[in-house]
Design a protein around this ligand. Sequence first.
Ligand code: MF3
Ligand code: CO
Length: 237
Amino acid sequence: MRAAGRVVAEMHQAIRAAAAPGVTTLQLDRVARDVLSSRSATSNFLGYHGYPAVICASVNDEVVHGIPNERPLQIGDIVSIDCGAIVNGWHGDAAFTMGIGTIEADAQRLIDTADRALAAAVAAMNSGGHLGDVGAAVESVVQMAGYGSPRDYCGHGIGRAMHEDPDVENRGRRGKGPRLEPGVVLAIEPMLIAGGRDDVMVLDDDWTVVTVDGSLAAHTEHTVVVTDRGPEILTRL
Ligand code: MF3
Ligand code: CO
C-alpha cells in the first residue's frame, strides 16, 4: 500500500504543478493518467460505477465527484482533486484542494481549515484509540471554524478494494466505535462547506455533488495506516 500511496502522491504533485489559470480539468486528468502509466499503476476511479476519468475535479461549489471537463480554470477558483491508484492489487486514495492564482481570503481560510481537519484526523489514528476519535477530530475543527460537512459522504477502509469497511464519518464521539489497531488502513476525507450547512445535492450528470447554498467547498483526503509507532500517511511523498 506504500507503493500505491506513493503513486497517488506523485499524481498530486504533478497536478499541483500543472494547475493554473487557463488549464482545464480534463488536462489535469491527462497529467494523472501519465503518472499512472509511468509507474505501471492502474486507476481505481476509471470505470468505477462507470466513472469516466482517473481524477475527480470539483471546482468552487462542487464538493466531490466533479467530472473533468473542458472549462478552463480561472484565477480565484478553488479546485479539489481526488484520485487513486492500484499497485499489485493494493489501493491508495487521496485528495487536496488548491487555489488557482490569487484567491479570496475566505477561500484560503476554507482550504487551510480542510488541511487542519485532515491533520487532526490523522493525528487521532492511534493504536488503542477508537474510530470515533477520527470523526470527532474532523468535526471539532470544522465546527470551530463555522463550516458545514455533508452527512451523506464519508471516508472508508481501504486495502484490496478502494472502499472497504468501516465508514469513516466526518463526525463522531471520542472513545466510541471500533478499536484502532496496527495494520488498520483508512482513507480519511474531510469535506467542508463554507456556508455552514450540512446538505448537498447531486447534479444531473449523476456524479457532481454541489453545495445547496452555492457556497464554496473543500475536500482533503489521505490513506493512513495505524502502526504501533503512530499513524503513517501513505499518500504523501
Ligand atoms: N475517491 C472517492 C472516494 O474517496 C471515490 C471516487 S469514485 C469515482 O471514495 F468514481 F468518482 F472515482
Ligand atoms: Co476516498
